[in-house]
Design a protein around this ligand. Structure first.
Ligand code: ZN
Ligand code: ZN
Ligand code: FE
Length: 738
């Protein structure tokens, strides 16, 4: 007889009925049992059958299951005379929680079949699909510890739930029209409106209303993406003037909107069901203010059954943006969105754990995760060093935390930008839950060097031993860990803002680094940032200051008042409220401002995106870099700025300026890397930081570094941006401790 212990995502994904069926097919007796440490099987039978049984477990795994550990032990037979599924027992150890899974094809077929008992039932699900993370209160995952506990199963559902051969056997969120959750339509004042909630929703959307729609991990704010007026009203209410909106589209209409290949289609249809950013087709059907001045479009497929009811021939393209107020986390209750929405499609199944939609951006043939949340969390990542229980607190923007023990690291869902009370409350809420579910009580805290981040203060208040980690070191360490590297690398970290060890603002950094330490081998020249954060919103002020510093006359710049110029000049003269920065993000800002792309920055990375789009489909390698100087440890950009200044004044085509600008960055990066490699012999290069979301920079660097015989590692399972800071912090803190 074999005792088999399996660890991984094996609960809530149809694992036990799968084992049960296999056991019947292979004449195996014994049992299967869910425990807090995974799944345990005792299996008796003919030895050949047992061997097939084990190999079929591995090869025929249910789609959402994942095995991390598989142990088999041979022991004397106990003479079982049947195979059964045993009831959960409480043991120690922790198990994993499945992420939320998009509704599967089998369920959609039933949903569309008029003779099926769950025809058009908006909460249809099975062991292979449906909510998981968002409804769980505690482990082991079982209906009484989910938000389904108050819905008493009817006899029809109960029979399916108890039948090991049914595809809903122990599907904890099982429900039907008779016994399960229901949709509700509410007006602006949250009064319930009688009649069909779906019909009301469709009517409201067709009339150009903005509707709050409760989904799986939180609310969406929806409006008809063809309706210009509705979209501009949504922009006004959400205080979101320019940032592109994501579109939910029916699968058979996707090709009207974007260029897509089969791999990307597969990702869209997967159980994660993320948003994918793809090149827009021309002459599409969307209002022009959906993604203004943007050649790309974020699109996703319906993933909850009721999404399929709302989308139709008449309403094929919906804006479905995260239901939150600016700088607040995604809402789980309608009352948080009264100020934005005209009415609500909601339901009575509580969302216990929120997660935003995940976002993937294909760059060449690489799929970069920009936001890792619904569909991924709380699945852990495997890391190359054994850690003690550690909390990485993260930075400030695009906040996440990381909780690790041994070789496992749990990255939190995307939390938002810290700064609001709601964000910090959400952070603490998820942190407490992760500690409980995964039984990790941190003994070590890692935070950013920046003293006034909310996350730094939180770290200090825990009273635990703290390691303060430099921001860009954390960026590089996160990408190293993703690729299981534990050695010295040449790390490139290009982003907006990170606190340096010299108290200056870093962000254009080339390090020799491992988890222990880093040496800053090169960085962008320090430039004066007058007024700090205020200037970050007004890129024209950055351009003005950068040009002055480079001995160019910045008076050709329009869009800056004499009053502003005066203040900046005084600030620079007296060195008052002027910050020195080596930020790559600010360099993009200043070039974007010289090209007068937009007067005000309304979202992060706006300049880097706009300059990337100017490059269109041209190859950056067909253009010459602008001049620059590699000094000892410093990339001097005075002559770069001067050349762009001359080109702008000579009315050189903006696309050519943008291409040469990108080419320059790729060129000085390559030359700095070659220099660093010559003195150290290191051939592995790690790319990190938010600027790596710029396709021209990422694929350009990847290509040219490979051509020069470097092995290049870039973030793909974790975001390039600050959402990965917490991950890198954990790695470095553990090594420093040793
Ligand atoms: Zn299903
Ligand atoms: Zn039922
Ligand atoms: Fe950063």
């Amino acid at each position: 007889m074999y005792i088999i212990k399996i660890n991984g995502i094996v609960q809530g994904v149809g694992f036990r009925p799968f084992i049960y069926k296999l056991a019947l097919e292979e004449d195996i007796n014994g049992f299967v049992l869910n425990s807090t440490s995974g799944v345990q099987i005792e299996a008796e039978g003919k030895i050949t059958k047992l061997k097939t049984f084990i190999s079929r477990i591995k090869s025929e795994l249910p789609p959402a299951a994942e095995i991390n550990k598989f142990e088999v032990k041979l022991v004397p037979d106990k003479k079982y005379n049947a195979f059964e599924i045993k009831i959960s027992s409480q043991t120690t150890g922790s198990t994993l929680i499945s992420p939320d899974l998009a509704v599967c094809n089998d369920c959609i077929n039933e949903f569309n079949n008029p003779s099926d008992p769950r025809f058009q039932y908006p909460f249809i699900n099975c062991t292979n699909c449906g909510p998981r993370f968002s409804i769980i209160e505690n482990t082991p995952y079982d209906r009484p510890v989910t938000s389904m506990k108050d819905f008493k199963m009817c006899s029809f559902c109960d029979n399916e739930y108890k039948n090991p051969l049914n595809r809903r056997f122990h599907a904890q969120p099982i429900a039907c029209e008779k016994c399960g959750p229901k949709l509700i339509f509410q007006d602006k004042k949250l009064f319930q409106i009688d009649g069909s909630p779906i019909k009301h929703t469709i009517e409201a959307l067709q009339r150009g209303k903005i509707v709050g729609i409760k989904g799986i991990g939180g609310f969406h704010i929806a409006c008809d993406a063809k309706n210009f007026k509705a979209v501009s009203e949504l922009r006004k209410r959400k205080h979101r003037p320019h940032k592109p909106f994501a579109i939910m589209v029916l699968p058979d209409r996707i090709k009207d909107l974007v260029h897509i290949n089969n791999d990307e289609l597969k990702i869209l249809k997967s159980s994660v069901s993320p948003i994918i950013i793809l090149p827009q087709k021309e002459n599409n059907f969307l209002a022009e203010n959906v993604a203004p001045d943007n050649p790309n479009l974020g699109i996703f497929f319906p993933y909850a059954p009721h999404h399929y009811q709302i989308l139709s021939k008449e309403l094929p393209f919906l804006i479905m943006t995260s239901g939150n107020k600016s700088n607040e986390p995604i809402a789980k209750n309608e009352n948080e969105l009264i100020a934005i929405c005209d009415c609500f499609l909601t339901h009575n199944r509580p969302i216990l754990n929120r997660s935003d939609d995940s976002i993937i951006m294909p760059i060449d043939k690489k799929n970069i995760i920009i936001r890792r949340s619904r569909g991924y969390v709380p699945t852990p990542l495997t890391i190359p060093i054994k850690t003690i229980p550690t909390l990485g607190c993260g930075a400030e923007l695009k906040l996440t935390f990381s909780l690790s023990e041994k070789n496992k690291l749990f990255l939190s869902p995307y939390i938002g930008n810290s700064g609001s009370k709601e964000t910090i409350d959400f952070y603490l809420e998820i942190f407490e839950k992760y500690k409980k579910w995964f039984k990790i009580d941190p003994e070590l805290i890692a935070c950013d060097l920046q003293p006034d981040f909310a996350t730094t203060r939180f770290a200090e208040e825990t009273g635990l031993p703290i390691q303060r980690i430099q921001h860009h070191h954390a960026h590089i360490a996160a990408v190293m860990a993703e690729h299981q590297l534990d050695e010295q690398v040449i790390g490139i970290s290009y982003d907006g803002t990170g606190y340096g060890t010299d108290q200056k603002i870093w962000g254009g950094e080339i390090f020799i680094a491992d988890y222990n330490k880093f040496e800053r081998v090169s960085h962008l020249e320090y430039m004066p940032l007058p007024g700090g954060d205020a200037a970050i919103k007004h890129p024209i002020r950055i351009a003005y200051s950068y040009l002055l510093k480079s001995s160019c006359d910045p008076n050709f710049l329009t869009g800056i008042s004499d009053f502003e110029k005066n203040i900046i000049q005084k600030q620079l003269q007296n060195n008052f409220n002027v910050f020195q920065t080596s930020s790559m993000g600010r360099l993009f800002d200043s070039v974007a401002a010289m090209l007068e792309l937009f007067p005000i920055i309304s979202f992060e990375a706006q300049s880097a995106m706009a300059l990337e789009y100017l490059c269109k489909d041209a190859s950056v390698f067909d253009y010459d870099p602008y001049p620059y100087e590699l000094d000892v440890g410093v990339i001097k950009i005075g002559s770069l700025l001067k050349s762009i200044y001359n080109d702008v004044r000579n009315k050189v085509n903006h696309s050519i300026i943008a291409l040469r600008f990108h080419r320059t960055i790729i060129d000085f990066t390559l030359n700095s890397v070659i220099k660093a490699s010559k003195s150290t012999g290191i051939k592995k290069v790690v790319l990190s930081g938010g600027v790596m979301q710029n396709r021209v920079i990422l694929s350009g660097l990847y290509e040219i570094l490979q051509r020069n015989n470097f092995t290049v590692f870039f973030p793909s399972k974790i975001p390039p941006n600050d959402s990965s800071i917490s991950f890198g912090q954990v790695m470095i803190a553990n090594r420093l401790l040793r």
